[in-house]
Design a protein around this ligand. Structure first.
Ligand SMILES: Cc1cc2nc3c(=O)[nH]c(=O)nc-3n(C[C@H](O)[C@H](O)[C@H](O)COP(=O)(O)OP(=O)(O)OC[C@H]3O[C@@H](n4cnc5c(N)ncnc54)[C@H](O)[C@@H]3O)c2cc1C
Length: 465
């Protein structure tokens, strides 16, 4: 018997560690308080649902998922001793906290005479395998992408057949784990939903991805992010499906669209590589500013941003989608992140912490990468400071204000022109159109200038030049 220890890989198919367990595999999940301390209601709710489905799947195969609660450094050696297990398999988890835990587990298993075998599963190409010709990790995505795209990918792995039936505890409830029910309507979890989502996406929307992906109202992106986060679908399965879609593409534009989607899968891997080689970015700027950035950090402004009451309709719609669905459309994530860091001149760490608490798909690598990119402290290749105009962004990507009106009910009856010129409307117009919706809390033009000055000072330049 060999153990497979599930963590962020809550699936049976296309799971490298699980497939490597030779015979009579004993699948295990350990509720670890140290890791749970960093959880949030939407993420833990999604995880519990995914575990329930995984457990049912194992039971249908005549085995079981062994559920335990405690410190894995104690639980796993004990379980191995009880069942005469010599090898414990698990897939690498790239977050700093997990790496620390895994070192302790490996040492405890070794002391107990059990070998720990790790596998690269979550990414196609592990950190260190895609580098510059000099062997350095890439800091610019475009170069990384070209190599990532041309590198051969593995095929999906089969599910195991021979599964041990060693049940442990029953699955705990959210309440038992100390979490409240999420207030958001969290996406359905599990391998079946992930598969259905993927199939539906590659069956059509993938061909329009390039054209439609920036439109938050039509929601034509894959919405696979919580599944990739929790591993309810394997990256090889996703990629193989995109390759089949590319082969069946009706025309060149459709094939290009598939490639654009693959490019997004590569962004996820790029940020995992960045985090792996720069673990300090979780708390520190990736890009150095010699004088440091003197963030404005006004608590009332930050609170208005979190609540979706900034008076900038596209920003507020995004922040409310986050609260309602524990997810936000990518274009809008970029807009709200730019707004927080440039218009409100607030430290990206406030935004990162808020996203971490609310996003069902939060993973340290992508969330940190996204925030630092938006804040001009990260890997953005733009030499100067990118500052989005929230009004023109709203007008361009949500011209009919369909998305805005869906998430900001105060504006539901207001026409798109008034919504997109909310910053210019006088008090009387605003009072008449939407009395409960706030006036803009800051002036974009003024803040743009102040933000540029803030970044210039951070670079040691004269802000007046
Ligand atoms: C400030 C900010 C924070 C973010 N935080 C997260 C996060 O915590 N977790 C997360 O998965 N993504 C994060 N993203 C990236 C992106 O917004 C989401 O991956 C995407 O919106 C998920 O929706 P989807 O699955 O429909 O994406 P699709 O457009 O269908 O893309 C498919 C997959 O590619 C990956 N992907 C797409 N875009 C990106 C990107 N820019 N960076 C990294 N991976 C990407 C995701 O795994 C996604 O599921 C963040 C972006 C920003 C700007």
């Amino acid at each position: 018997m060999e153990i497979h220890w599930h963590r962020n890989d809550l699936r049976a198919t296309d799971n490298v560690g699980l497939a490597a367990a030779e015979s009579d595999v004993l699948p295990v999940f350990v509720f670890d308080d140290q890791v749970l301390d960093h959880g949030s209601p939407p993420r833990v709710a999604f995880m519990l649902d995914a575990l329930a489905e995984l457990r049912s799947w194992y039971r249908e195969q005549g085995g079981d998922l062994h559920v335990a609660h405690g410190d894995p450094s104690a639980v796993l050696p004990d379980l191995a001793a009880e069942h005469g297990v010599e090898t414990v398999h698990y897939n690498v988890d790239y977050s700093g906290l997990a790496q620390e835990r895994d070192r302790a587990v490996r040492a405890a298993l070794s002391d107990a005479g059990v070998s720990a075998t790790t596998h690269q599963d979550a990414l196609h190409h592990e950190p260190g395998s895609i580098t510059t010709n000099a062997g350095d990790p890439y800091s610019v995505y475009t170069y990384f992408w070209r190599k990532w795209r041309d590198r051969e990918k593995e095929e999906p792995y089969d599910a195991p057949e021979d599964i041990a039936d060693v049940s442990g505890r029953s699955l705990p409830t959210l309440d038992e784990l100390g979490f409240e029910e999420p207030t958001a309507d969290v996406d359905e979890a599990g391998m079946t939903t992930a598969r259905e989502r993927l199939d539906a996406f590659v069956d059509g929307p993938i061909y329009e991805y390039a054209e439609e992906r920036d439109d938050p109202a039509t929601s034509k992106t894959s919405r696979l992010s919580p599944h990739l986060r929790w591993g309810t679908v394997g990256p090889r399965t996703v990629y193989a499906a995109t390759e089949r879609a590319a082969a069946d593409a009706p025309d060149e534009d459709a094939a290009k669209s598939v490639e654009e989607f693959q490019g997004e899968l590569a962004w996820r891997e790029f940020y995992h590589h960045v985090l792996h080689f720069n673990p300090e970015v979780v708390t520190q700027n990736y890009k150095e500013y010699e004088e440091g950035i003197d963030w404005h950090d006004d608590p009332d402004e930050i609170a208005a941003w979190k609540e979706g009451r900034t008076g900038y309709p596209i920003v507020d719609a995004g922040m409310r989608q986050l609260r309602e669905e524990a997810w936000m459309h990518n274009r809008v994530r970029m807009i709200v992140a730019s707004f927080l860091t440039k218009d409100l001149m607030a430290d990206w760490r406030h935004g990162y912490a808020h996203f971490r608490d609310h996003l069902v798909d939060h993973n340290t690598a992508s969330d940190n990468g996204g925030w630092q990119w938006a804040a001009s402290t990260g890997t953005d290749a733009q030499p100067y400071f990118r500052i989005f105009n929230p009004m023109t962004q709203g007008e361009r990507y949500d011209p009919n204000a369909k998305y805005i009106r869906e998430y900001v009910p105060e504006l539901a009856g207001v026409n798109p022109d008034t919504i997109h010129s909310w910053h210019e409307a006088d008090e009387e117009t605003r009072e008449f159109a939407a009395p409960d919706y706030p006036a803009p809390i800051v002036d974009h033009g003024e803040r743009r200038e102040q933000a540029l000055a803030m970044f210039k000072r951070a670079r040691g330049e004269d802000p007046d030049e």
